[in-house]
Write a protein that binds this ligand. Structure first.
Ligand SMILES: Cc1ncc(COP(=O)(O)O)c(C=O)c1O
Length: 417
């Protein structure tokens, strides 16, 4: 199917059974997409099909079901490869999620290549998944963790990045889009800076791959990590892209079935890529369903997905400007910003905002968003977050704004706001 010019949101919504749900007597307004997206019928049906028609183990059997399962599993890998324009299917490793993909690099490539006195550079906008593995690596290796700061207007400070990335840098680990600020980072510039000093760059694509066209070769990144559950796919499956020549030289991490070539009691040798990094029976059903999610997004066209989300975010930014007691985190303009709006209230705690909005059927995220250092650097301990996807509408932004106004009225009557 050739991509539509623009998204037909009404048709899209009809594919998502959960969007017809009522919550607390109101239609569900689902604005927690940065945490996890909803799933279309096509993805749900693919899981049912697998278990009803060809459930079997992969890469092991000569019987029909096993051959069908193996073909579907590898076909899904091919779809992911095309989706991010990876150079080969060997460079696509199935993992459990973004967190596991990042840890895989920390425990293999970084374990072998980072030594005492080396530097690991990351940013002030990272999710805990892209901080803690590096912090722990730095402790294990007596290496130094350096942080590229945020500018006053919610962007990454690229001037400081240029100073922080030095001859001692071994790896630059950066988000592509912040799950708190919505800021889109200039990954290509960081990749060039990393490569200029002989370092590698790892990109956390958890918030970018679901929402914008991503081309790992154009970005020149060495690793890219993302999760299927944030891009219409099931939970429990993620991807690590690795530049093939880097993966080839990387030691394995987990040992067991399927990742070996030869085993004796004395020694073992490793299977080819990508199987070397996929020990044991993989998550077959969810990998296949991820391929279906990719089909769905490709049929819409990622340019159209991005354009839709930019439009809705721009509208939300305009409407948020009406709320005097709400403080937005991150860029207040649409430039370099994806569909994530985090905010705090002058006097109402974000958990209270979230609970009050839930009474109106509105689902947002509240808390530290797995980014404690970032949240604390804004002198708060918790924030509320609305995040949009392909099925959200401007009318739902209105529902959120009305909900926030109603919540504010409630708390001010109670003498709190
Ligand atoms: C930017 C970013 N990185 C990493 C993660 C971790 O993803 P997962 O929980 O699927 O491992 C998230 C999830 O919210 C995220 O937003």
């Amino acid at each position: 199917m050739s991509p539509a010019t623009h998204l037909d949101v009404e048709n899209i919504r009809a594919d998502f059974p959960i969007l017809t749900r009522q919550v607390n007597g109101r239609p569900l307004t689902y604005l927690d997409n940065a945490a996890t997206s909803q799933k279309p019928n096509q993805v749900i049906q693919s899981l049912v099909d697998y278990y009803e028609r060809y459930n079997s183990n992969v890469h092991r059997g000569v019987h029909t079901l096993s051959i069908e399962a193996t073909e579907a599993y590898e076909d899904a890998r091919g779809k992911v490869k095309r989706f991010i324009n990876a150079p080969s299917t060997e460079s696509i490793i199935w993992t459990r999620n973004t967190s596991e993909s990042l840890n895989l690099v920390a425990y293999t490539w970084a374990e072998a290549n980072v030594s005492a006195g080396d530097e690991i550079v990351t940013t002030a906008m990272e999710h805990h998944s892209d901080i803690v593995p590096w912090q722990q690596l730095a402790m294990r290796k007596s290496a130094t963790l350096k942080i590229i700061p945020e500018t006053e207007n919610g962007r990454l400070d690229m001037e400081q990045a240029a100073d922080l990335i030095t001859e001692r840098t071994k790896i630059v680990a950066t988000t592509h889009m912040s799950n708190v600020l919505g800021t889109v980072v200039d990954v290509k510039a960081l990749a060039d800076a990393a490569h200029a000093v002989g370092a590698v760059i790892l990109v956390d694509g958890a918030q970018s791959v679901p929402h914008m066209p991503v081309d790992v070769q154009a970005l020149n990144c060495d690793f890219m990590a993302f999760s299927a559950h944030k891009m219409l796919g099931p939970t429990g499956i993620g991807v690590l892209y690795g530049r093939p020549e880097i993966l080839e030289a990387m030691p394995p991490w987990m040992f067991g079935g399927d990742m070996i070539l030869e085993v004796s009691y004395e020694d073992a040798s490793w299977n080819d890529l990508p199987y070397r990094f996929e020990a044991g029976t993989p998550n077959i059903a969810d990998a296949i369903a991820t391929g279906v999610a990719v089909d769905y997004l490709e049929a819409l066209g990622m340019e159209n997905v991005w354009e839709h989300e930019q439009k809705i975010t721009e509208y939300a930014l305009r409407r948020f400007a009406e709320l005097e007691t709400i403080n937005l985190l991150g860029p207040h303009e649409i430039e370099d910003k994806g569909a994530v709006l985090s905010f705090s209230h002058d006097s109402v705690h974000s958990h209270d905002l979230g609970t009050a909005l839930d009474q109106l059927g509105i689902a947002i995220r509240t808390g530290h968003h797995c980014a404690m250092p970032l949240i604390r650097s804004h002198d708060i301990v918790s924030a509320a977050r609305a995040s949009f996807y392909i099925y959200n509408t401007e009318a739902e932004v209105d529902v959120l704004i009305d909900g926030l106004k109603e919540t504010e009225r409630y708390f001010s009557k109670a003498g709190i706001a």
